[in-house]
Design a protein around this ligand. Structure first.
Ligand code: ADP
Length: 249
């Protein structure tokens, strides 16, 4: 089983969207995939994957993840919340205990990939989680093109290097918006910042994803973006190909 962490320097750049669609694409290609949503304060993966909001079953010694389809399973903090709107107000040690519990007791079965959606930033939480999963293949760092986001990614890269986690590559999200009426391309958040930074730092660039209402909508309803042929689904497919190359597959 290859374990891949998806991280970001800051929130709202599309980290969970990337994690969800990578999982959809890997599963579509016939791989058995698990997604572990460890973002306590904004667990959005279940909604994006369309996983029902119940842990399938908690046995004496194991927890069965929720099945999204025959190739895709998910486990999330959200499944433990009493209500969808409940906020997690836990202190660090409790959160770490929950992560450890999940790590040790979730029965993923025979899976090829485990995608771990880390909390944003480079604080205590992503650090402890990354350290608990000490056999990670590496991390994917998601950014948007503008300088404030790219700056935060530099910290994520530094973070990864300091804890000895390989950076598999950078994904630039929300790159270009193509106007549905006139076809003109708009670079709402600038363009190329992620690629330039990756080149500067000698990090692999996995690809860019357009800013596209379809990406947002598919996330809202929990549908795979890969079901429809589009520039956006092609962008994710290319990223998965590049990722596989980076992992020597
Ligand atoms: P993060 O995990 O970094 O906090 P999310 O993946 O939750 O970010 O994305 C934040 C919001 O932006 C979500 O509503 C998501 O659907 C939307 N979004 C992410 N990427 C794109 C994109 N490329 N085009 C349009 N909307 C996007």
């Amino acid at each position: 089983m290859k374990k891949i962490a998806v991280m970001s320097g800051k929130g709202g750049v599309g980290k969970s969207t990337v994690a969800a669609n990578l999982a959809f694409e890997l599963a579509l290609k016939g791989n058995k995939v698990g997604v572990f949503d460890s973002d306590f304060h904004g667990p959005s993966i279940p909604q994006m994957l369309g996983g029902k909001k119940d842990i399938r079953s908690i046995k004496k010694d194991s927890i069965e993840p929720v099945e999204v389809n025959s190739n895709l399973k998910v486990i999330s903090m959200e499944f433990l919340l009493p209500k969808k709107d409940s906020a997690v107000i836990w202190r660090g040690p409790l959160k770490m205990k929950a992560i450890k519990e999940f790590k040790e007791t979730v029965d993923w079965g025979d899976i090829d990939y485990l995608i771990i959606d880390l909390p944003p930033g480079t604080g205590d939480e992503p650090l402890s989680i990354a350290q608990q999963f000490d056999d990670l293949e590496g991390s994917i760092i998601v950014t948007t093109p503008q300088e404030v986001a790219v700056q935060a990614v530099r910290r994520s890269i530094d973070f990864s290097r300091k804890i000895g986690m390989k950076v598999l590559g950078v994904v630039e999200n929300m790159s270009t918006l193509t106007c549905p009426n006139c076809g003109e391309n708009l670079d709402v958040f600038g363009s190329g910042g992620g690629k330039k930074m990756a080149e500067e730092l000698g990090i692999n660039f996995l690809g860019s994803i357009p800013l596209d209402p379809q990406i947002m909508e598919s996330g809202e309803v929990g549908r795979s973006l890969m079901e429809i042929e589009s520039d956006s689904s092609k962008a994710f497919k290319d990223i998965v190909e590049n990722l596989k190359k980076e992992m020597g597959e």
